[in-house]
Design a protein around this ligand. Structure first.
Ligand code: AMP
Length: 221
C-alpha cells in the first residue's frame, strides 16, 4: 500500500506515519527526516539544504527529487511506503507521479490532515525529538517519562531549530501558498481523504486504518 500523508507542519503526519509504519512494517519516508540526516552528516545535499530549512523555506525541488529518487531505488519500498512531507507543491506532485510510473507504482490514497493554526503553533512550540531514534514527544501533550530522555532508546531529546515560533510562522505561510492546488490535484485524481488533524492521534490513526481497509486489507491490525 502506498500512502501520502499531507498537511501543515504540526498536523501529526510524522506521528501517524511512525505508528502506521511500525504496525504494518512499511517504510516511513519523511523528506524532512532525510534532509535532516543530510544536514547532520554534512553531506553536499545537507550543506545546500540547511539554509533553506533554517529559514522555514522549501529546499529546491530538484534537490529533494534526487534524494527521493535514490530512496525509491531501495528494495524495501517494493511492497509500499508511507510518504510524509512530499509533495509540497504541484511541481513535486507531478515529479512524484513520473517517478512512480517509471517504477510501475501508483499512490493508493492521500490523507490530508487539516489542522487549525492555533493547534499547530501549540504542538510545534512544545515538540521534542529524540536525537537517536527520531521518536516524537510533546512537553505537555505527550511528555517523556524522564525529562529530556527518550522512553525508547534513552538518548537525549531536542527541539528542532525550525520549530521556533518565527520559523513556524514562515513554514505555515509557505505551506498555505501551495496547499489549495495540491488538494485539488489529489481530489481530481479521486485519492484525497480529508481528516481533522486536531483530533487525538489514536482517533486519527483509526480513521486512516479504516480508509486503508477500504483500499486493501493489508493494513488491518
Ligand atoms: P518537515 O520535517 O516535513 O517539517 O520538513 C522540514 C523542512 O525540510 C521544511 O521546512 C523544508 O525546509 C524541508 N523540506 C521537507 N520536505 C520538503 C519538500 N518536499 N520540499 C522542499 N523542502 C522540504
Amino acid at each position: 500500500m502506498r500512502i501520502i500523508l499531507f498537511g501543515p507542519p504540526g498536523a501529526g503526519k510524522g506521528t501517524q506515519a511512525k505508528v502506521l509504519s511500525e504496525k504494518v512494517c512499511t517504510p516511513h519516508i519523511s523528506t524532512g527526516d532525510l534532509l535532516r540526516e543530510n544536514v547532520k552528516g554534512e553531506t553536499p545535499l545537507g550543506r545546500q539544504a540547511k539554509d533553506f530549512m533554517d529559514k522555514g523555506l522549501l529546499v529546491p525541488d530538484a534537490l529533494v527529487a534526487n534524494m527521493l529518487e535514490e530512496r525509491f531505488i531501495r528494495a524495501d519500498v517494493k511492497e509500499g511506503f508511507i510518504l510524509d512531507g512530499y509533495p509540497r507543491n504541484i511541481a513535486q506532485a507531478k515529479t512524484l507521479d513520473d517517478m512512480l510510473s517509471k517504477l510501475a507504482m501508483d499512490i493508493d490514497f492521500v490523507v490530508y490532515l487539516d489542522t487549525a493554526d492555533a493547534i499547530i503553533i501549540q504542538r510545534l512550540s512544545g515538540r521534542l525529538v529524540c536525537s537517536s531514534c527520531g521518536a516524537l514527544y510533546h512537553i505537555t501533550n505527550m511528555p517523556p517519562k524522564v525529562d529530556g530522555i527518550c522512553d525508547t532508546c534513552s538518548a537525549g531529546l531536542y527541539q528542532r531549530s525550525d520549530d521556533k515560533e518565527e520559523t513556524v510562522k514562515k513554514r505555515l505561510e509557505v505551506y498555505k501558498k501551495e496547499v489549495t492546488p495540491l488538494i485539488n490535484y489529489y481530489q481530481d485524481q479521486k485519492k484525497l481523504y480529508r481528516l481533522a488533524g486536531d483530533e487525538k492521534p489514536e482517533i486519527v490513526l483509526k480513521k486512516i486504518i479504516k480508509i486503508a481497509d477500504t483500499h486493501n486489507d493489508s493494513l488491518k491490525v
